[in-house]
Write a protein that binds this ligand. Structure first.
Ligand SMILES: Nc1ncnc2c1ncn2[C@@H]1O[C@H](COP(=O)(O)OP(=O)(O)OP(=O)(O)O)[C@@H](O)[C@H]1O
Ligand SMILES: [Mg+2]
Length: 417
């Protein structure tokens, strides 16, 4: 399977009450438009004296703004002195046992030493810190260990466990998380997560689930102005709001389509516009220069995209700059990230079988590190399936101290609880 990547973790030492999350988008909580009601709910979640359940899951369709809100909430928690344990799992890693747990506990591993021996061992083996001593990891020990660790970490001050896109949590991590969150009581631990509606199975008694609805016209207007620097006339905005159903990602794509066409306002009003988000994305991707599109698809297919591997796979030294210029990729040192997971999945899905095979051949040849996965992809799969759709997001190592301002396989609930 082509491997996109997911993101990751953060925990900070109690002394350095944290900062932030790295993202594929430049976004700060300060820039969040609207969502006043949801922000108030997050404020209650973070209030240690509050009587409301201290676990919140924001649910909504792709592009509605879950990650934007999540980031704002995390940023807020950081300012309030919460220690952060974060994970941003991705589809490609949903099959990797304990990937998300590793992300959550990334920088808190030192605290494992405080646990009783069997728990310590189970957790260290799960996190690949120790080799397994023969037998498989004992699930109950692991779950108890994770619970113990949350208690231990929260003895120092409030702790926030945050997961963006719970639907892509690997199953063992999800089980440990649900086990612990169901039992956490009377300690300052809160959970804040996001999920696409498909993740209905991720649930436990104290978890409150809120649905993120559409944004209104003036919010969409502000987001478009800020992102594209364009003030669209009111009738056009009304049209975008109607077609997009208030989905900011879709509205932005529609606004981009209009901007690309460069029509003056009277004509804009009668222009045909993409009627679905997929159509809007396809339109945008098909207008990219060929090398930029190839760079985008290669990035979407990689679990750890780097400039050198993507450039070698595309065979054009300017491909990445063009893709960055077209705002579909973000270049960050040697690392390459998708501007948004949906752009990557759409570009990957637009590939024909032959193109996809050729891409994986090139990726397999571009670096020994990428070889195995792409040889397997080439031989096993020619197209993404519904069960294992194309990748969606570059692996993002989330570190609490890297500031937010600067810059989501399902399993039955019975197996998660
Ligand atoms: N309230 C908001 N204020 C400012 N920008 C927003 C807001 N909501 C969404 N956006 C912008 O709209 C785009 C889509 O939002 P986001 O990535 O948060 O959606 P999502 O629900 O997480 O999608 P997915 O399910 O694909 O992860 C992003 O560019 C984001 O910055
Ligand atoms: Mg998201």
């Amino acid at each position: 399977m082509p491997g996109s990547e997911g993101g990751h973790n953060a925990a900070t030492p109690p002394t350095a009450r944290p900062g932030a999350v790295e993202s594929s988008q430049s976004f700060s909580g300060d820039e969040l438009v609207g969502r006043e009601g949801e922000l108030r709910r997050i404020e209650q979640l973070l209030d240690p004296t509050g009587a409301v359940p201290r676990a919140l899951l924001v649910d909504g369709p792709p592009g509605i703004g879950k990650t934007a809100l999540w980031r704002a909430g995390i940023e807020h928690a950081a300012k309030r002195g919460f220690r952060l344990l974060l994970a941003r799992p991705a589809e490609a890693e949903a099959a990797l046992a304990f990937a998300a747990l590793g992300d959550l506990l990334g920088e808190a591993v030192d605290a494992i030493g405080a646990l009783p021996e069997p728990q310590r061992r189970a957790l260290r083996v799960a996190l690949l810190l120790d080799a397994p001593a023969g037998a498989a990891i004992e699930t109950r020990s692991l779950c108890v260990a994770f619970l113990g660790l949350l208690r231990e970490l929260s003895s120092d001050g409030p702790l926030l466990v945050g997961v963006d896109d719970v639907q892509w949590l690997d199953r063992p991590s999800a089980s440990a998380l649900v086990f612990a969150l169901r039992r956490i009581d009377r300690v300052p631990v809160v959970f804040f997560g996001t999920a696409r509606p498909t993740a209905a199975e991720f649930t436990f008694e104290r978890l409150e689930r809120i649905a993120l609805g559409p944004l209104d016209l003036s919010s969409l207007d502000r987001i478009i102005r800020r992102s594209l620097g364009e003030q669209l006339p009111r009738p056009v905005l009304r049209r975008l709001e109607r077609i997009s159903g208030g989905n900011p990602f879709y509205a932005l794509e529609l606004a981009r389509a209009l901007t690309r066409r460069g029509e003056s306002p009277p004509e804009i009003d009668s222009l045909p516009l993409p009627e679905t988000l997929t159509e809007a994305l396809r339109e945008r991707i098909s207008t990219l220069p060929d090398e930029a599109r190839q760079a985008l698809v290669a990035t979407a297919a990689l679990s750890t995209p780097t400039k050198s591997v993507v450039t070698a796979a595309v065979g054009d030294p300017h491909a990445l700059d063009r893709a960055a210029h077209a705002n579909v990729l973000v270049l960050d040192g040697e690392r390459v990230r998708l501007e948004h997971p949906l752009v990557g999945s759409a570009a990957y899905a637009m590939q024909g079988d032959a193109e996809r095979r050729e891409l994986h051949r090139r990726l397999a040849n571009s670096s020994p590190v990428t070889r195995i996965g792409h040889v397997i992809s080439r031989t096993r799969r020619t197209a993404p399936t519904k069960r294992s759709p194309p990748p969606s997001r570059p692996r993002r190592r989330v570190r609490a101290r890297e500031a937010l301002p600067n810059r989501p396989r399902r399993s039955p609930s019975s197996r998660w609880s």
